[in-house]
Design a protein around this ligand. Structure first.
Ligand code: NI
Length: 172
């Protein structure tokens, strides 16, 4: 397995739309394993392929590790098929927006269909943190980051900070 470099905002590659995967094979599974290792290494709970510069519609998640266990989940070609009218708010962060957090309102429960690690079609109902995480990661596959859901004033503050940090990192 390998740790992949994570793209940080602002970067035009984070705005690209990913393309559906047509075959779940060992090559894809190796990439998913690398993504998972990269996510754990950065102490994230989710990672979309877009964030490592790959435009396949895949993402990895593990919301259990917050409680100390490990329960990796792999989603290939994920699609939300239903959203609850009920919403909730989570303080979201993102490995591509390091050190930045904001409250984001999203549907509390979603149904999502996808192919699993073995290429088998699945559909699950996700609630609370898992639902938020899935929506956050699917957004990445559509070129959307969590700050696109907040007020433009708050977004500008965060993007200015990230731009400045990037500039400092490049000159040091
Ligand atoms: Ni993210």
């Amino acid at each position: 397995m390998a740790i992949l470099p994570i793209i940080t905002a602002p970067d035009p590659r984070l705005k690209l739309i990913a393309k559906p995967v047509d075959k779940v094979d060992d090559n894809l599974r190796k990439f998913l394993d690398d993504m998972l290792e990269t996510m754990y290494d950065s102490e994230g709970i989710g990672l979309a392929a877009t964030q490592v510069g790959d435009l396949r519609r895949v993402l990895v998640l593990d919301v259990a590790q917050k409680e100390g266990g490990k329960e990796p989940m792999f989603f290939i070609n994920p699609e939300i098929t239903w959203e609850s009218p009920e919403e909730n708010v989570y303080l979201e962060g993102c490995l591509s927006l390091p050190g930045q957090f904001a409250d984001v309102v999203r549907p509390k429960t979603v149904k999502v269909k996808f192919l699993d690690y073995n290429g088998k079609a699945q559909e699950i109902e996700a609630d609370e943190l898992l639902a938020t995480c899935i929506q956050h990661e699917i957004d990445h596959l559509n070129g959307v980051v969590f700050v696109d859901h907040i007020s433009s004033m708050k977004r500008d503050i965060i993007m200015r900070k990230l731009k400045k940090e990037k500039r400092l990192a490049q000159t040091s």
